[in-house]
Design a protein around this ligand. Structure first.
Ligand code: ASN
Length: 328
């Protein structure tokens, strides 16, 4: 990997690199991926809505990254770290919605070394009214499988130019619980705790050891945001999931069933030190009664990186914003 100074020099001259055939091939593939995802979702009854970019509150569950706040006519506003709260609002209007959501997360400098973090990225975020997390996972695997199929057909030349031999995923993908994933990784020598998120290196190791996409389900409450629903029959366990790429590419999708009861959300928020007043419109909505839902987001640049077989995520986006680096 280039060091910080070299990468800065490279990224500051993006106006040169963007003309390169390899960069153009990635952008054409990205266009195909976006069209395929949209076509698939419209075909199964979703409508596309416009994502919010700013608002009084945003997603706090962003694994150590910082949010960006700014003054909005005398009120503190946030740039969306994810539009999760708004998705829960949108399912009161339509049963199946999706949006291409731009997100800002100021990731720690060190995450540059993972090759899979950007401080500005987009996720295709969707939400389904009255659905279970298994319904959402089924949509996720069909959608990813379709997109890869279309890229293989319509972008065969670009894939070849990039030297990428892209395997066709074979749903249904294997599902393992967070509990079993931690045990498996402990056997491989990782020092992990059951109540925590799985660190990136461990995720990559798991992702290398599976031959195809796979799901980790049922994360512990202590590892996730207040919006993932806790299973009443299994206290401490959430009805949620992540999808992982094979070949060591790590996380693809993150989502779950949503907590929609005011008292539960307020209790979870208070337990992690959130100030309820900051989430006023959201809590007012829950108090009034909101539609239960499940959904997820899939990082567009990470999907592009996997499909194109790129080592670094900054080679999977036209205008990369890499943690710690100042560039166009
Ligand atoms: N988009 C994710 C979801 O739907 C949330 C996130 O990005 N943290 O669950």
């Amino acid at each position: 990997m280039l060091d910080k100074a070299e990468l800065t020099t490279q990224l500051q001259a993006r106006y040169k690199d963007i003309k390169k055939p390899e960069v153009k091939a990635v952008m054409r593939i990205q266009d195909e991926i976006l069209s395929a995802l949209r076509d698939h979702l419209r075909g199964v009854g979703f409508i596309e809505i416009l994502a919010p970019i700013i608002g009084p509150a945003t997603d706090p569950g962003i694994r150590g990254a910082s949010q960006v706040s700014f003054d909005y006519y005398g009120t503190t506003y946030k740039i969306m770290s994810s539009m999760i709260l708004y998705k829960q609002m949108a399912v009161n209007s339509f049963d199946r919605i999706f949006a291409l959501s731009p997100n800002i997360r100021l990731e720690p400098d060190i995450t540059r070394e993972t090759g899979r973090h950007l401080s500005e990225f987009r996720q295709l975020d969707l939400e389904i009214a009255n659905a279970t997390y298994f319904d959402a996972m089924a949509i996720g695997e069909q959608m990813v499988t379709k997109a890869i199929k279309r890229v293989k057909i319509n972008c065969a030349d670009d894939l070849e130019a990039l030297g990428r031999e892209l395997k066709s995923p074979k749903p249904e993908f294997k599902k393992i619980t967070h509990h079993d994933a931690v045990e498996l990784l402990t056997e491989k020598g990782f020092k992990l705790n059951q109540g925590e998120e799985i660190p990136w290196e461990a995720e990559s190791t798991l992702s290398k050891s599976f031959g195809d996409f796979f799901w980790i389900i049922d994360y512990p409450r202590t590892a996730r945001g207040f919006y993932d629903r806790e299973d009443e029959a299994r206290p401490g366990i959430l009805c949620d999931f992540d999808l992982f790429y094979p070949e060591g590419y790590g996380e693809a999708i993150s989502g779950g069933e949503r907590e929609y009861k005011y008292e539960k959300v307020a209790r979870r928020m208070l337990s992690t030190g959130e100030v309820l007043e900051a989430y006023r419109w959201y809590l007012d909505m829950l108090k009034e009664g909101t539609t239960p839902s499940a959904g997820f987001g899939i990082g567009v640049e990470r999907l592009t990186r996997y499909v194109c077989g790129k080592e670094y995520i900054w080679d999977s986006v036209p205008f990369p914003k890499v943690p710690g680096i100042v560039s166009p």
